[in-house]
Design a protein around this ligand. Structure first.
Ligand code: IVH
Length: 695
């Protein structure tokens, strides 16, 4: 840790360097250092400033994170904040996001997929149809007025065909061919068309901007007068085109089912929209990614947007990005670094996980120093040895992964092998399928893992039982298994390493309080393999509300009752039965029950008042309804009566609730022989509490 004086010197130096780099990057569009180097310096400055707020310079470059504000151009406040986009890196990620939009907003949505142009974002403000201001993104709230330069761009209309008050957002870019031709003539070449475009839009002399054939694709519009507004993104794009803007023709619309695409969108269109259902999106993304290099301009991904503008408004924004749009990025962020060591961890189930310790490196937005290697097979596949240089990737929110070895070590290290013995208890390891296990249930690392899971926030939520405390208790031999945490005399620990009276009292209190945790939490916290929150909910909702009931089933070998529960597979049930037949597990449960933990749950009042008429049924809902708008209201009614709901019709769907305008789901239901129910019948079912006779 540095002294205050050292921090002050470093802050001054970093501030000066970063200011210079910002100027080169944002103003000259001619970076001197790599993004990674720049980010590292900025992170360090932010860190030091957070430690010593008093030392932060009033003009610190940290205040300009991600801003392209330069000098020489007046600063202008945006009327609509210019936000950036949340990201996904896989087709699945996109589909998941679509599901979230539908859950939050409206089931029946359509989505537009556009190209994500790798250029410079620009907002054009028109007043009564005349271009009044062109403003760069800046920090999202305030940008630079570059109107004289923007006026040299031929695809930006100076006057619209109608006298609108409107803000238009688009991307200024330079075609690959134009970039190649221009860049060859430059003293210091630019790295890519984006940088050259960014540099050009900020020329102090607009005559210089005019020399470069910049273009702009317009992709969003905001109306000052609500009466002018349209209702869908597709209509915005059509309107922009009619007003004289250049609009990228590569657009596709996807909807719930083909039948759900609103007629207004397909009527009278002059442009060829590729259309399909949500499930077609991943394939479409892949196709566009392949065609990427053949395009005349650079794109760095695709943008998926909710088409219905009313729903956009409803979904709104987080501080950073709209909830109604998502960027699908082509390249997962990747970084290269060296492997310092390969450690092995022993999990709560005894599973051995090798972990690569790497030189800390920034991947995407996070610093990475540990990367899981999963198992020996994965290490073999990579042929990974200590000292190798590896490429690490991070796709979306998932954990970082070693993609490949980019350079072998020169120390003669060979492919890493897992040890033969458990690093914690020295028991000989055994292999089971792809994974390696420590077979000793009393292994200290396993005990720590088991207890840490039990006390975890998602499970029993015992405050104060952090990893250090748990390890301390296990190492001292005070705790050998979960129930022991309820019998330790915490007061007697006062005075030992780090234990004050407060801490001891907090632990004792946490332990007492945890006895009130509901049965479901206890069951999850036991850490039965493959038996997490979802499985526990299915079990209890199916009426198996006590440990006694469950153990009786295990003892009588009655696995069929559980296998019959929708959502349970044979595998889950077998692993549950194996675990609950283990004498150590049984002893653990018996002790916890004696100690006063909850091992049963009373039937809920909802179930008592609402007859579970839809139990064991799978419902899908389509079309629109008088009483159930949005449709999620119908889904709630079904779930409150014990039914399951899904978003598509499959052979497992028992009922389809079909409103007006039901499309292809109705046909699918008919082909599967699914019971089709209309709104009136459904209301009668809810009121009369009658099922449909199929039970
Ligand atoms: S929509 C509020 N559509 O990508 C939603 N952005 O990483 C505004 N971009 O800052 C963004 N092509 O500069 C949108 N078809 C497109 C785009 C696009 C490129 C840029 C834009 C944005 C950045 C987000």
């Amino acid at each position: 840790m540095e002294t205050v004086e050292q921090a002050q010197v470093e802050i001054a130096r970093l501030s000066e360097d970063l200011r210079r780099h910002q100027h080169h990057y944002y103003v000259e569009a001619q970076p001197l250092v790599s993004d990674t180097q720049y980010d590292r310096m900025m992170d360090r400055l932010l860190y030091l400033e957070s430690l010593y707020p008093a030392l932060k310079l009033s003009d610190s470059p940290s205040q300009r994170v991600g801003s392209d504000l330069g000098t020489g151009f007046p600063e202008v406040r945006h009327t609509v904040p210019v936000l950036s986009l949340d990201k996904a890196y896989t087709g699945d990620g996109v589909l998941q996001w679509i599901q979230r939009c539908r859950q939050r907003g409206e089931q029946r949505l359509s989505f537009v997929v556009e190209e994500k142009i790798d250029g410079v974002s620009l907002v054009l403000y028109y007043e009564k149809g005349l271009l009044a201001r062109a403003v760069t993104r800046g920090n999202g709230f305030v940008g630079n007025d570059v109107t004289p330069n923007a006026k040299t761009i031929k695809s930006i209309p100076l006057r619209l065909s109608r006298p609108y008050d409107i803000a238009v957002r688009g991307e200024v870019f330079l075609a690959k061919e134009d970039f190649a031709a221009l860049n060859g003539t430059m003293e210091v070449p630019y790295a890519n068309p984006r940088n050259l475009a960014a540099g050009t839009i900020r020329r102090l002399k607009s005559s210089e901007t005019a020399q470069v054939p910049l273009k702009m694709f317009a992709y969003e519009a905001y109306f000052a007068n609500p009466a002018d507004a349209v209702h869908s993104h597709v209509e915005i794009l059509r309107l922009l085109k009619a007003l004289g803007f250049l609009v990228n023709p590569s657009i596709a619309v996807f909807a719930d089912t083909n039948g759900d695409i609103f007629p207004t969108m397909t009527e009278g269109q002059d442009d060829a929209f590729v259309q399909g259902v949500y499930g077609d999106i991943p394939e479409y993304l892949g196709k566009l990614e392949q065609q990427r290099s053949a395009l005349a301009y650079e794109i760095d991904g695709l943008v998926i947007k909710v088409n219905e503008l009313g729903v956009r408004e409803f979904l709104g924004y987080t501080g950073h990005h709209p909830r109604w749009a998502l960027a699908y990025k082509f390249d997962a962020p990747e970084a290269q670094t060296g492997v310092l060591a390969i450690d092995v961890q022993v999990g709560r189930t005894g599973r051995i996980t090798p972990v690569a310790r790497v030189k800390t490196v920034k991947v995407g937005n996070s610093m990475v120093s540990n990367v899981t290697l999963h198992n020996q097979d994965y290490i073999n596949l990579l042929e990974l040895a200590i000292g190798d240089t590896v490429a690490i990737s991070k796709r979306g929110d998932v954990i970082p992964a070693v993609e490949r070895v980019v350079e072998k070590n020169e120390d003669g290290n060979t492919t890493c092998q897992l040890p033969a013995e458990c690093p914690s208890c020295k028991t000989t390891l055994v292999r089971n399928g792809a994974h390696t296990f420590c077979p000793n249930g009393d292994c200290p690392d396993q005990v720590v893992g088991r207890i840490s899971f039990f006390v975890g926030r998602q499970q029993m939520d015992l405050e104060g039982f952090g990893p250090e405390t748990v390890s301390f208790l296990v190492e001292r031999g005070l705790v050998r298994d979960i129930p022991d945490i309820y019998t330790v005399d915490y007061d007697a620990l006062v005075g030992q390493s780090g234990f004050g009276e407060k801490k001891a009292a907090a632990l004792a209190l946490a332990v007492e309080k945890s006895k009130e945790q509901p049965y479901r939490s206890v069951l999850v916290a036991l850490g039965i393999p493959d038996f997490g929150k979802k499985a526990v909910d299915l079990l209890v909702n199916a009426g198996i509300r006590s440990m006694k009931q469950l153990l009786e089933m295990v003892d009588s070998g009655d696995s069929e009752t559980l296998v019959a529960i929708k959502g349970f597979g044979r595998k889950t049930v077998d692993s549950l039965f194996a675990e609950l037949s283990d004498s150590k597990v049984r002893e653990r449960i018996a002790r916890l029950e004696l100690l006063g933990l909850q091992f049963s749950e009373a039937a809920t009042t909802a179930e008592e008042t609402l007859p579970q008429i839809f139990r064991n049924q799978v419902w899908c809902v389509t079309g629109s309804f008088e009483r159930f708008a949005p449709r999620s209201l119908a889904l709630k009614e079904i779930e409150a009566r014990g039914g399951r709901t899904t978003s598509s019709v499959t052979s497992k769907t028992s009922h389809l609730l079909a409103g007006s305008g039901a499309g292809s789901k109705l046909q699918q239901a008919q082909s599967f022989g699914t019971t089709v129910v209309d709104e009136q019948q459904f209301i009668r079912m809810l009121q009369g509490g009658e099922g449909d006779g199929s039970r």
